[in-house]
Design a protein around this ligand. Structure first.
Ligand code: 13P
Ligand code: SF4
Length: 304
């Protein structure tokens, strides 16, 4: 048996013993995605975390995702295999600075991307993901001002789609934001005729070059159902594994070799074994924060 096959067997045994479910985001390493009970985007993963009857949720993703699981399922043990797997964009806003901005703007409706801490969600009216941002913004009263945190690129995309002007927090995803128009034009030159799929965390000028703009799961659905056979993918490279699995016979190329989120790659088979053996590192949220953060997440999930 190879070393990694041995680890996979160990993980499967431990998973049963611990009554654990393994949830994985599409940006995880291929071997982690292959082992997971469910692979999805941020919205789908939140739903799974809210609905599972497993006793332990092992979150193969980053900290804010595990925290959302802990908010939605407080009676479960939530494990993040590497405690350092954070999201630099989520760290670009904190509860204190958000409270100050809310006061300065005269108490606007606060929409927070799920890529935020529990404390920031607790200061928000409603959450959104890249899959439902248009629906969430469309559900808000027309006579209120909106503060959108923290991803200014996603916020700008939603402004253009909904026609609603918002106050945008100046945050960004350092992976998607570094992609330039020059990068995508070069990729188009190298793969003539391929369709360009772009994640809305990318800058507006990159989005303008897209054939289709969507969240990770939206890209998957589009690529699988499209008659086109070749695609350039402007999001974190982990999605290419799932695209190739779910759409066999089609070709997928990354828009740039720099689209790798180091935090998402911190989960390894070895750390999974360790996490399932020790049931550490755990992620939990203080009850007084959880109660208010839950409201913002539930309002989002109620929109279907
Ligand atoms: P989605 O999978 O929801 O599109 O999220 C993208 C992302 O950057 C998560 O960190
Ligand atoms: Fe955060 Fe971007 Fe990594 Fe997603 S890809 S976890 S938004 S840094």
């Amino acid at each position: 048996m190879t070393a990694s096959l041995e680890l996979v067997t160990q993980i499967q045994d431990l998973k049963q013993k611990r009554k654990a479910i393994l949830l994985s985001h599409y940006y995880q390493r291929p071997e982690i995605q292959d082992l997971a009970d469910f692979v999805g985007d941020s919205l789908e993963l939140s739903r799974q975390a809210a609905e599972t009857d497993a006793e332990v949720i092992v979150f193969c993703g980053v900290h804010f995702m595990a925290e959302s699981a802990a908010i939605l399922s407080p009676d479960k043990l939530v494990i993040l295999p590497d405690a350092d797997a954070g999201c630099p964009m989520a760290d670009m806003v904190n509860a204190t600075s958000l409270k100050e901005e809310k006061a300065r703007l005269g108490n606007p409706v606060v929409v927070s991307y799920v890529n935020t801490s529990a404390e920031v969600k607790a200061e928000s009216d409603i959450c959104c993901t890249s899959a439902n941002v248009i629906r969430v913004i469309g559900s808000l009263p027309r006579d209120r001002e909106i503060l959108f945190v923290p991803d200014q690129n996603l916020g700008r995309f939603a402004e253009r789609k909904t026609g609603r002007k918002m106050h945008l927090w100046p945050g960004f995803c350092c992976i998607h934001d570094q992609l330039t128009v020059d990068d995508v034009l070069k990729a188009k030159e190298s793969h003539l005729g391929a369709l360009l799929l772009v994640h809305p965390e990318c800058r507006s000028d990159v989005i303008d070059q897209a054939d289709y703009v969507a969240s990770t799961s939206g890209m998957l659905r589009y690529a699988c159902s499209s008659p086109a056979k070749e695609f350039i993918v402007a999001t974190e490279e982990g999605l290419l594994h799932q695209l190739s699995r779910q759409c066999p016979g089609k070709a997928f190329h990354t828009a740039s070799s720099g689209l790798v989120c180091g935090n998402m790659k911190l989960t390894t088979l070895e750390k999974l074994v360790q996490a399932l053996e020790t049931l550490e590192p755990r992620v939990s949220v203080a009850p007084y924060i959880r109660e208010r953060a839950l409201l913002a997440l539930e309002r989002m999930l109620a929109l279907a």
